[in-house]
Design a protein around this ligand. Structure first.
Ligand SMILES: Cc1cc2nc3c(=O)[nH]c(=O)nc-3n(C[C@H](O)[C@H](O)[C@H](O)COP(=O)(O)OP(=O)(O)OC[C@H]3O[C@@H](n4cnc5c(N)ncnc54)[C@H](O)[C@@H]3O)c2cc1C
Length: 611
């Protein structure tokens, strides 16, 4: 087997993932920690990485406090309502009170934000969204992080966190490999901030085969934000709370700007407004939540799904009216060109001109992420001045592992942070991590040489499997002794789809299905020891798969634990079809024991701080 060079990097603060959360963490760590050694490590290149890589057309979280448009409490109420009552209000409030200053920085750094010509204020798309010319959003944000970091290491996939050999529950750094050179990297750190993004491709996507990479959330979001803390023993929360998006069919183009700014609306195949048909039946499932304003995202999905099941699909967005206005037509197209170019291409390829044809909508496969209209992620300590005592065990945004912080998709319980809120949460985590490092003083974690040697062997094992096993290939890519990452991925997606509530099951599952799903995931985990990687690119795919599988197991355990259907339209527990506020108005928590491979589940209380 080829010898791999080992490169050791020492730092005070290590930021894993240079997306929105990671750039925020890097930037703010430097502000508070002028003399500290701050390292950011990224599997792609921070210039164009993460979910914002191809740009955005709106910043979805901006209060507008300078114009008294909204207050942080309003945002907490909004997110709580959308998530059917369950959010970490302390964490959400903490982001909301700081998010405006983040957006002002973006503008200072050169991000063009549209202005309302009459008022001079930022142009609103909706109550919380402001419109930007955001094709270069990510490079602008990345520049701030690059200037702040002691060093950014691009093209390094982090595979595992390192633990302190003296204190079992303290983090000591991370390891990974360079996806171009193959070098083994050891990052020793006093504090680690995980901001490695959410998870696409854990459920079978609607677009398969030639369209496989066409998912709503970025296909390169491979669940590292979850797998890394899970493996380190951090508690996770609300991992059952996967998200399903209503999007333009086949291209996953976003619908927000169309609804909010262009004032389009939906109808069934027969031109009827169908949402009202389902109001009473939804009320029977979830009670008063359906009468709230705005109607929670999952319930709107539910109405669409029921309408399709009733045979009155396809559901279409009425664009023909709005697109008669040339200004609105331009906005409609620009919305895609700045964010989801693929949708414009799909429409062109399917002869859809939204001025002439009302395009179809559909619901996506489920994703797991903590920064959008959903709450999955690590269980984190809250702000000192605002969090209830039970939510405070350490520094702000520290997970249940000492020295391990998180931001963006990585942190659970805080829906609706989006790009600006994720960056803000990175800033909050960065500031807290600096305080943690300063308080540590001269004391610092030690990592075990033996553990490093073991990890080095483990990480490159798929290449060894391939090198040996390829001599036994029977035909094409079929080998009796290894499976390729793509095979493992497809098997994972099929299990999650069929047993844990994916598209082919109309998002429905139950205890027997989940039980079988866990058995099959267990078998898949056994087979992951036999993944074969023919090159470094495939080695990255192999480790992305490992992360996706572990996160999927966590999702399945949580789905099994919560015995109710809290978010119809996101998923259904057919054996517990109703929302049950008496027993389940709580957070679900899990902790993975990597020695035994078992999960411990518990409930945690939801505190309503904002009235
Ligand atoms: C299609 C789409 C549309 C969206 N629209 C909007 C919008 O209009 N407005 C808005 O405000 N927000 C929007 N969002 C949400 C926003 O993009 C996310 O909330 C935000 O990017 C989350 O930040 P994050 O840091 O958690 O993840 P990301 O920004 O995705 O960053 C994660 C980073 O970690 C890196 N990484 C992953 N794994 C590893 C690893 N193992 N080792 C090293 N590095 C790793 C990734 O390459 C990436 O750079 C949209 C997202 C998508 C996908």
């Amino acid at each position: 087997m080829r010898r791999r060079k080992t490169i050791v990097v020492d730092s005070d603060i290590l930021v894993v993932g240079g997306g929105m959360g990671g750039c925020g963490a890097t930037y703010e760590s430097r502000y508070w920690g002028r003399d500290l050694n701050i390292v950011c490590v990224e599997k792609a290149n921070i210039e164009r990485s993460g979910a914002v890589a191809q740009g955005l057309y709106a910043i979805n979280c901006y209060m507008g406090m300078q114009w008294n448009e909204n207050q942080p409490e309003d945002h907490v109420r909004y997110a709580r309502n959308d998530l059917m009552g369950l959010v970490r209000e302390d964490l959400g409030y903490d982001i909301a009170r700081h998010v405006d200053s983040t957006v002002h920085k973006f503008e200072e750094w050169g991000l063009p934000i549209m202005r309302d010509p009459k008022t001079g204020r930022y142009q609103r798309e909706g109550k919380w969204q402001i419109m930007i010319h955001g094709e270069s959003y990510k490079p602008i944000v990345a520049e701030a992080a690059r200037k702040a970091a002691t060093k950014v290491y691009n093209r390094i996939m982090v595979t595992h966190l390192l633990m302190d050999k003296q204190r079992a529950n303290r983090v000591g750094g991370a390891v990974g490999f360079n996806v171009r050179t193959g070098d083994f990297y050891v990052f020793r750190a006093k504090a680690v901030i995980v901001a490695a993004g959410g998870a696409s491709h854990i459920f079978k996507p609607r677009a398969v085969g030639e369209g496989m990479g066409r998912t709503w959330y970025a296909p390169w979001s491979s669940a590292s934000a979850y797998a890394l803390p899970i493996l380190a023993g951090a508690k996770m929360t609300q991992m059952e709370n996967r998200i399903v998006l209503t999007r333009f069919k086949d291209g996953y183009g976003p619908v927000g700007a169309y609804f909010l700014h262009l004032k389009t609306y939906t109808q069934n195949a027969y031109g009827q407004d169908y949402e009202a048909f389902w109001r009473d039946s939804i009320e029977q499932l979830v009670g008063d939540y359906v009468n709230r304003h705005p109607v929670p995202t999952c319930l709107r999905n539910h109405a669409l799904l029921e309408e399709v099941k009733a045979g009155r699909g396809p559901i279409r967005m009425v664009t023909k009216e709005a697109f008669q206005d040339p200004h609105k037509e331009t906005i409609g197209w620009e919305n895609f060109l700045g964010m989801t170019i693929g949708q414009a291409v799909v429409w062109a390829s399917q002869n859809i001109d939204p001025k002439e044809v009302n395009p179809e909508l559909t619901t996506s496969e489920p994703y797991v992420m903590g920064s959008h209209a959903t709450c999955s992620g690590a269980w984190a300590s809250g702000p000192e001045d605002y969090a209830p005592a039970e939510y405070q065990w350490g520094y702000n945004r520290m997970m249940t592992v000492e020295g391990l912080f998180g931001a963006g998709d990585a942190i659970g319980g805080t829906a609706h942070k989006f790009s600006s809120g994720s960056f803000t949460e990175g800033r909050i985590a960065g500031k807290a991590a600096v305080k943690y490092v300063n308080d540590l003083g001269r004391e610092q974690p030690q990592v075990s040489e033996a553990e490093l040697e073991d990890l080095k062997k483990t990480i490159y094992k798929p290449m060894e499997n391939y090198e040996i096993g390829r001599n036994e290939i029977v035909a094409g890519t079929v080998s009796p002794s290894y499976l390729l990452p793509i095979h493992g991925l497809q098997r994972l997606e099929k299990i999650m789809d069929e047993y844990v509530g994916g598209i082919s099951a109309f998002y429905t599952t139950n205890e027997p299905l989940l039980t079988r799903g866990l058995e099959l995931l267990g078998m898949l985990k056994e087979d992951l020891a036999h993944i074969g990687a023919e090159d470094l690119h495939q080695l990255q795919r192999a480790w992305e798969l490992q992360h996706r599988v572990l996160a999927s197991e966590c999702v399945t355990q949580h789905t099994m634990f919560r015995k109710e259907t809290r978010w119809p339209g996101y998923y259904y527990r057919a054996d517990c079809p109703k929302l049950d506020d008496k027993d389940w108005h709580c957070f679900t928590l899990s902790r993975y024991d990597r020695e035994s491979g078992t999960w411990a589940m518990e409930k945690a209380p939801v505190y309503h701080i904002v009235d």
